[in-house]
Design a protein around this ligand. Structure first.
Ligand SMILES: [Zn+2]
Ligand SMILES: [Zn+2]
Ligand SMILES: [Zn+2]
Length: 359
Protein backbone atom coordinates (compact mmCIF):
# COMPACT_ATOMS: atom_id res chain seq x y z
CA UNK A 1 0.00 0.00 0.00
CA UNK A 2 1.36 3.40 -0.95
CA UNK A 3 1.74 6.14 1.63
CA UNK A 4 -1.02 8.23 0.04
CA UNK A 5 -3.41 5.27 0.14
CA UNK A 6 -2.72 4.82 3.81
CA UNK A 7 -3.48 8.46 4.42
CA UNK A 8 -6.71 8.12 2.48
CA UNK A 9 -7.71 5.12 4.58
CA UNK A 10 -7.02 7.02 7.75
CA UNK A 11 -8.99 9.98 6.44
CA UNK A 12 -11.88 7.72 5.53
CA UNK A 13 -12.01 6.22 9.01
CA UNK A 14 -11.94 9.55 10.77
CA UNK A 15 -14.65 10.90 8.47
CA UNK A 16 -17.00 8.01 9.02
CA UNK A 17 -17.28 8.76 12.74
CA UNK A 18 -17.98 12.42 13.44
CA UNK A 19 -21.41 13.95 13.09
CA UNK A 20 -22.25 17.64 12.77
CA UNK A 21 -22.39 19.09 16.28
CA UNK A 22 -24.93 21.82 15.52
CA UNK A 23 -27.10 20.92 12.52
CA UNK A 24 -29.73 23.42 11.36
CA UNK A 25 -33.35 22.36 11.17
CA UNK A 26 -34.40 23.91 7.86
CA UNK A 27 -37.89 22.44 8.08
CA UNK A 28 -39.45 20.12 10.64
CA UNK A 29 -37.23 17.05 11.02
CA UNK A 30 -34.95 17.99 8.14
CA UNK A 31 -31.44 18.89 9.19
CA UNK A 32 -28.54 20.24 7.24
CA UNK A 33 -24.92 20.54 8.26
CA UNK A 34 -23.66 23.75 9.88
CA UNK A 35 -20.73 23.69 7.42
CA UNK A 36 -18.39 25.36 9.88
CA UNK A 37 -14.74 25.53 8.91
CA UNK A 38 -13.57 26.09 12.46
CA UNK A 39 -12.65 22.97 14.39
CA UNK A 40 -13.63 24.44 17.76
CA UNK A 41 -17.19 25.06 16.49
CA UNK A 42 -17.82 21.76 14.68
CA UNK A 43 -15.03 19.15 14.40
CA UNK A 44 -17.01 17.07 11.90
CA UNK A 45 -17.81 19.86 9.40
CA UNK A 46 -14.33 21.37 9.72
CA UNK A 47 -12.86 17.94 9.03
CA UNK A 48 -15.13 17.46 6.03
CA UNK A 49 -13.93 20.80 4.68
CA UNK A 50 -10.29 19.96 5.33
CA UNK A 51 -10.75 16.51 3.79
CA UNK A 52 -12.33 17.95 0.63
CA UNK A 53 -9.40 20.28 0.15
CA UNK A 54 -6.91 17.53 1.01
CA UNK A 55 -8.41 15.42 -1.80
CA UNK A 56 -8.04 18.35 -4.21
CA UNK A 57 -4.44 18.91 -3.08
CA UNK A 58 -3.58 15.23 -3.59
CA UNK A 59 -5.27 15.07 -6.98
CA UNK A 60 -2.80 17.71 -8.22
CA UNK A 61 0.14 15.58 -7.13
CA UNK A 62 -0.81 11.91 -7.59
CA UNK A 63 -3.53 11.76 -10.24
CA UNK A 64 -1.45 12.68 -13.28
CA UNK A 65 1.86 11.96 -15.06
CA UNK A 66 4.03 13.11 -12.12
CA UNK A 67 7.26 12.29 -13.96
CA UNK A 68 6.59 15.27 -16.26
CA UNK A 69 6.52 17.80 -13.42
CA UNK A 70 8.47 19.24 -10.55
CA UNK A 71 6.76 20.17 -7.30
CA UNK A 72 7.63 22.90 -4.82
CA UNK A 73 6.47 24.09 -1.41
CA UNK A 74 6.76 27.86 -1.11
CA UNK A 75 6.15 29.89 2.06
CA UNK A 76 5.79 33.67 1.92
CA UNK A 77 5.36 35.91 4.97
CA UNK A 78 4.37 39.50 5.67
CA UNK A 79 6.98 42.17 6.43
CA UNK A 80 7.61 43.39 9.97
CA UNK A 81 5.24 45.97 11.46
CA UNK A 82 7.24 46.32 14.67
CA UNK A 83 9.25 44.03 16.93
CA UNK A 84 7.40 41.24 18.74
CA UNK A 85 8.29 38.87 21.61
CA UNK A 86 10.11 35.72 20.50
CA UNK A 87 8.86 32.69 22.40
CA UNK A 88 10.08 29.14 21.58
CA UNK A 89 7.51 26.59 20.36
CA UNK A 90 9.09 23.59 22.05
CA UNK A 91 11.14 23.07 25.23
CA UNK A 92 14.00 21.72 23.06
CA UNK A 93 14.36 24.89 20.98
CA UNK A 94 17.66 26.74 21.58
CA UNK A 95 17.29 29.53 24.15
CA UNK A 96 17.54 32.95 22.50
CA UNK A 97 17.27 36.38 24.03
CA UNK A 98 14.08 38.26 23.14
CA UNK A 99 14.09 41.97 22.25
CA UNK A 100 12.58 42.67 25.68
CA UNK A 101 15.83 41.46 27.30
CA UNK A 102 14.44 38.18 28.69
CA UNK A 103 14.98 34.61 27.53
CA UNK A 104 11.46 33.21 27.14
CA UNK A 105 10.38 29.60 27.68
CA UNK A 106 7.31 27.81 26.31
CA UNK A 107 5.52 28.89 29.51
CA UNK A 108 5.46 32.42 28.05
CA UNK A 109 3.46 31.32 24.99
CA UNK A 110 0.89 34.03 25.82
CA UNK A 111 3.47 36.58 24.72
CA UNK A 112 4.28 35.01 21.37
CA UNK A 113 3.71 37.52 18.56
CA UNK A 114 2.80 40.33 20.97
CA UNK A 115 4.53 43.68 20.19
CA UNK A 116 7.39 44.81 22.43
CA UNK A 117 6.05 48.36 22.19
CA UNK A 118 2.37 48.49 21.28
CA UNK A 119 2.39 52.30 20.95
CA UNK A 120 5.13 52.16 18.31
CA UNK A 121 3.59 49.20 16.47
CA UNK A 122 2.24 49.86 12.94
CA UNK A 123 -1.32 48.51 13.40
CA UNK A 124 -2.70 50.49 10.45
CA UNK A 125 0.07 49.16 8.20
CA UNK A 126 -0.58 45.58 9.25
CA UNK A 127 -4.35 45.56 8.62
CA UNK A 128 -3.79 47.35 5.30
CA UNK A 129 -1.28 44.65 4.37
CA UNK A 130 -3.83 41.92 5.22
CA UNK A 131 -6.36 43.79 3.05
CA UNK A 132 -3.96 44.00 0.09
CA UNK A 133 -2.39 40.56 0.49
CA UNK A 134 -4.86 38.98 -1.97
CA UNK A 135 -3.78 41.45 -4.65
CA UNK A 136 -0.13 40.85 -3.76
CA UNK A 137 -0.61 37.10 -4.21
CA UNK A 138 -2.34 37.75 -7.56
CA UNK A 139 0.68 39.77 -8.77
CA UNK A 140 3.04 37.10 -7.44
CA UNK A 141 1.11 34.37 -9.26
CA UNK A 142 1.20 36.35 -12.53
CA UNK A 143 4.91 36.98 -12.19
CA UNK A 144 5.59 33.27 -11.68
CA UNK A 145 3.46 32.36 -14.70
CA UNK A 146 5.15 35.02 -16.83
CA UNK A 147 8.40 33.15 -16.29
CA UNK A 148 7.14 29.57 -15.99
CA UNK A 149 3.91 29.40 -17.93
CA UNK A 150 2.96 25.84 -16.95
CA UNK A 151 2.72 26.64 -13.22
CA UNK A 152 -0.36 25.47 -11.30
CA UNK A 153 -1.01 26.42 -7.67
CA UNK A 154 -2.61 25.20 -4.47
CA UNK A 155 -2.54 27.86 -1.77
CA UNK A 156 -3.27 27.84 1.98
CA UNK A 157 -3.42 31.08 3.97
CA UNK A 158 -2.55 30.92 7.64
CA UNK A 159 -2.70 33.42 10.50
CA UNK A 160 0.51 34.13 12.33
CA UNK A 161 0.35 34.92 16.04
CA UNK A 162 0.93 38.61 15.45
CA UNK A 163 -2.37 38.71 13.50
CA UNK A 164 -1.09 38.80 9.94
CA UNK A 165 -1.56 36.34 7.10
CA UNK A 166 1.13 34.27 5.52
CA UNK A 167 0.83 31.77 2.70
CA UNK A 168 1.93 28.23 1.92
CA UNK A 169 1.79 27.36 -1.76
CA UNK A 170 2.19 24.04 -3.52
CA UNK A 171 3.40 24.63 -7.08
CA UNK A 172 3.59 22.25 -10.02
CA UNK A 173 5.74 23.23 -12.99
CA UNK A 174 6.44 21.26 -16.16
CA UNK A 175 9.83 19.57 -15.88
CA UNK A 176 10.89 21.06 -19.23
CA UNK A 177 10.90 24.60 -17.81
CA UNK A 178 11.19 23.90 -14.08
CA UNK A 179 13.50 26.33 -12.26
CA UNK A 180 15.82 25.86 -9.33
CA UNK A 181 13.84 26.19 -6.08
CA UNK A 182 15.95 29.18 -4.98
CA UNK A 183 15.29 31.03 -8.25
CA UNK A 184 11.55 30.38 -7.98
CA UNK A 185 11.49 31.46 -4.33
CA UNK A 186 13.31 34.71 -5.08
CA UNK A 187 11.02 35.55 -8.01
CA UNK A 188 8.01 35.09 -5.70
CA UNK A 189 9.42 36.92 -2.68
CA UNK A 190 10.37 40.04 -4.65
CA UNK A 191 6.95 40.51 -6.31
CA UNK A 192 5.10 43.72 -5.37
CA UNK A 193 1.64 45.23 -5.84
CA UNK A 194 0.19 48.75 -5.68
CA UNK A 195 -2.77 48.92 -3.27
CA UNK A 196 -6.04 49.66 -5.07
CA UNK A 197 -7.21 51.61 -2.01
CA UNK A 198 -4.35 54.01 -1.34
CA UNK A 199 -1.63 53.22 -3.92
CA UNK A 200 0.86 52.01 -1.31
CA UNK A 201 3.39 49.51 -2.66
CA UNK A 202 3.00 46.24 -0.75
CA UNK A 203 5.47 43.38 -0.75
CA UNK A 204 6.46 40.22 1.12
CA UNK A 205 8.76 40.01 4.13
CA UNK A 206 12.28 38.59 4.12
CA UNK A 207 11.25 35.31 5.74
CA UNK A 208 10.48 33.05 2.82
CA UNK A 209 11.28 29.51 1.87
CA UNK A 210 11.02 27.45 -1.29
CA UNK A 211 11.85 23.74 -1.50
CA UNK A 212 11.41 21.24 -4.31
CA UNK A 213 9.84 17.88 -3.42
CA UNK A 214 9.36 14.64 -5.30
CA UNK A 215 5.93 13.16 -5.85
CA UNK A 216 7.20 9.86 -7.27
CA UNK A 217 9.29 7.47 -5.22
CA UNK A 218 9.04 9.67 -2.17
CA UNK A 219 5.33 9.60 -1.43
CA UNK A 220 5.57 9.63 2.35
CA UNK A 221 7.52 12.87 2.36
CA UNK A 222 5.07 14.45 -0.07
CA UNK A 223 2.16 13.49 2.11
CA UNK A 224 3.94 15.05 5.02
CA UNK A 225 4.25 18.30 3.06
CA UNK A 226 0.62 18.22 2.06
CA UNK A 227 -0.74 17.50 5.49
CA UNK A 228 1.51 20.16 6.97
CA UNK A 229 0.04 22.75 4.64
CA UNK A 230 -3.53 21.56 5.12
CA UNK A 231 -3.50 21.36 8.87
CA UNK A 232 -3.24 25.12 8.80
CA UNK A 233 -6.73 25.24 7.39
CA UNK A 234 -8.03 24.14 10.76
CA UNK A 235 -6.75 27.33 12.33
CA UNK A 236 -8.61 29.53 9.94
CA UNK A 237 -9.34 32.44 12.21
CA UNK A 238 -6.84 34.47 14.13
CA UNK A 239 -9.27 34.41 17.07
CA UNK A 240 -9.32 30.63 17.19
CA UNK A 241 -5.55 30.71 17.12
CA UNK A 242 -4.96 33.57 19.51
CA UNK A 243 -8.04 33.69 21.74
CA UNK A 244 -7.68 33.14 25.44
CA UNK A 245 -4.28 34.72 25.80
CA UNK A 246 -4.50 37.93 27.81
CA UNK A 247 -1.75 40.04 26.33
CA UNK A 248 -2.50 38.74 22.86
CA UNK A 249 -6.09 39.80 23.44
CA UNK A 250 -5.04 43.43 23.99
CA UNK A 251 -2.96 43.22 20.81
CA UNK A 252 -5.91 41.85 18.83
CA UNK A 253 -8.25 44.51 20.20
CA UNK A 254 -5.94 47.19 18.80
CA UNK A 255 -5.74 45.34 15.48
CA UNK A 256 -9.54 45.15 15.36
CA UNK A 257 -9.81 48.87 16.02
CA UNK A 258 -7.33 49.55 13.21
CA UNK A 259 -9.28 47.29 10.84
CA UNK A 260 -12.54 49.06 11.69
CA UNK A 261 -11.11 52.48 10.89
CA UNK A 262 -9.27 51.65 7.66
CA UNK A 263 -10.85 51.94 4.21
CA UNK A 264 -11.51 48.55 2.63
CA UNK A 265 -12.08 50.06 -0.82
CA UNK A 266 -11.73 53.47 -2.45
CA UNK A 267 -15.39 54.33 -1.67
CA UNK A 268 -15.48 52.81 1.81
CA UNK A 269 -16.75 54.93 4.70
CA UNK A 270 -15.26 52.83 7.49
CA UNK A 271 -17.80 53.40 10.31
CA UNK A 272 -20.73 52.86 7.96
CA UNK A 273 -19.30 49.93 6.00
CA UNK A 274 -20.65 46.41 6.57
CA UNK A 275 -17.85 44.50 4.79
CA UNK A 276 -16.55 41.64 6.92
CA UNK A 277 -13.05 42.82 6.04
CA UNK A 278 -13.42 45.22 8.98
CA UNK A 279 -14.05 42.38 11.43
CA UNK A 280 -11.31 40.03 10.20
CA UNK A 281 -8.21 42.16 10.70
CA UNK A 282 -8.48 43.41 7.14
CA UNK A 283 -8.38 39.97 5.46
CA UNK A 284 -10.75 39.04 2.68
CA UNK A 285 -9.13 36.06 0.99
CA UNK A 286 -10.41 32.53 1.11
CA UNK A 287 -8.42 30.28 3.38
CA UNK A 288 -7.67 27.71 0.68
CA UNK A 289 -7.81 27.95 -3.09
CA UNK A 290 -6.38 26.21 -6.13
CA UNK A 291 -5.80 27.28 -9.71
CA UNK A 292 -8.83 26.54 -11.86
CA UNK A 293 -9.16 24.58 -15.08
CA UNK A 294 -9.46 26.72 -18.23
CA UNK A 295 -9.41 25.97 -21.95
CA UNK A 296 -5.64 26.13 -21.94
CA UNK A 297 -4.78 24.84 -18.48
CA UNK A 298 -5.46 21.71 -16.46
CA UNK A 299 -5.75 23.68 -13.21
CA UNK A 300 -4.19 22.33 -10.01
CA UNK A 301 -6.22 19.10 -9.93
CA UNK A 302 -5.27 16.79 -12.79
CA UNK A 303 -8.77 15.32 -12.64
CA UNK A 304 -10.68 18.61 -12.52
CA UNK A 305 -11.72 18.01 -8.92
CA UNK A 306 -13.21 21.09 -7.22
CA UNK A 307 -15.44 21.61 -4.20
CA UNK A 308 -18.34 22.19 -6.58
CA UNK A 309 -17.74 18.77 -8.14
CA UNK A 310 -17.44 17.21 -4.68
CA UNK A 311 -20.73 18.74 -3.55
CA UNK A 312 -22.51 17.68 -6.75
CA UNK A 313 -21.30 14.08 -6.51
CA UNK A 314 -22.28 13.96 -2.85
CA UNK A 315 -25.77 15.23 -3.63
CA UNK A 316 -26.19 12.82 -6.55
CA UNK A 317 -25.23 9.93 -4.33
CA UNK A 318 -27.65 11.00 -1.61
CA UNK A 319 -30.47 11.47 -4.16
CA UNK A 320 -29.95 8.06 -5.70
CA UNK A 321 -29.60 6.27 -2.37
CA UNK A 322 -32.77 7.55 -0.75
CA UNK A 323 -36.03 5.97 -1.75
CA UNK A 324 -38.16 9.11 -1.38
CA UNK A 325 -37.52 12.82 -0.80
CA UNK A 326 -37.57 13.98 2.81
CA UNK A 327 -40.96 14.86 4.28
CA UNK A 328 -42.59 15.47 7.62
CA UNK A 329 -44.03 11.94 7.54
CA UNK A 330 -40.70 10.37 6.65
CA UNK A 331 -37.97 12.37 8.37
CA UNK A 332 -34.53 11.52 7.19
CA UNK A 333 -32.53 14.61 8.08
CA UNK A 334 -30.14 12.86 10.40
CA UNK A 335 -29.92 9.99 7.94
CA UNK A 336 -28.79 12.48 5.27
CA UNK A 337 -25.96 13.57 7.49
CA UNK A 338 -24.74 10.02 7.93
CA UNK A 339 -25.03 9.39 4.21
CA UNK A 340 -22.96 12.47 3.58
CA UNK A 341 -20.28 11.29 5.98
CA UNK A 342 -20.06 7.86 4.41
CA UNK A 343 -20.13 9.25 0.90
CA UNK A 344 -17.34 11.71 1.64
CA UNK A 345 -15.16 8.89 2.93
CA UNK A 346 -15.91 6.56 0.02
CA UNK A 347 -15.54 9.32 -2.50
CA UNK A 348 -12.12 10.28 -1.21
CA UNK A 349 -10.98 6.67 -1.42
CA UNK A 350 -12.24 6.43 -4.98
CA UNK A 351 -10.54 9.67 -5.95
CA UNK A 352 -7.26 8.43 -4.56
CA UNK A 353 -7.40 5.33 -6.71
CA UNK A 354 -8.73 7.01 -9.82
CA UNK A 355 -6.49 8.09 -12.65
CA UNK A 356 -9.14 9.14 -15.20
CA UNK A 357 -11.23 12.27 -15.22
CA UNK A 358 -14.05 13.20 -12.94
CA UNK A 359 -17.30 12.87 -14.90
ZN1 LIG B 1 -21.34 20.99 11.62
ZN1 LIG C 1 10.08 39.21 25.14
ZN1 LIG D 1 -15.28 49.06 4.21
Amino acid sequence: MRADEETLERDAESHSTGQCSRPYEVQPDLFIRCKSRVKSKCPSCAELYRGDWAAIARSGVFDGPVQNFRFYLLTLTAPSFGRVHRVPRSPDAPARACGCGLVHTVADSGLRGVPLDADAYDYAGQVAWNRDSGLLWDRTRRRIRDRWDSTEFFIVREWQERGVLHVHVLLRISRAESPDAAVLGEAARTAVAASRVDGTIVGWGDQSQCDAFRADGDGARTIWYLSKALNYVMKDTARAELGGRNRAWAHLARLEAAARSMRCSVDCVPRACSSRVHSSYGARSHVVSASRRTQHRTGWSFTGLTRTVQRRLRKEWIDSNLASPPSREDPIGVHVQWAEERLAARYRRAMGARTGRVP
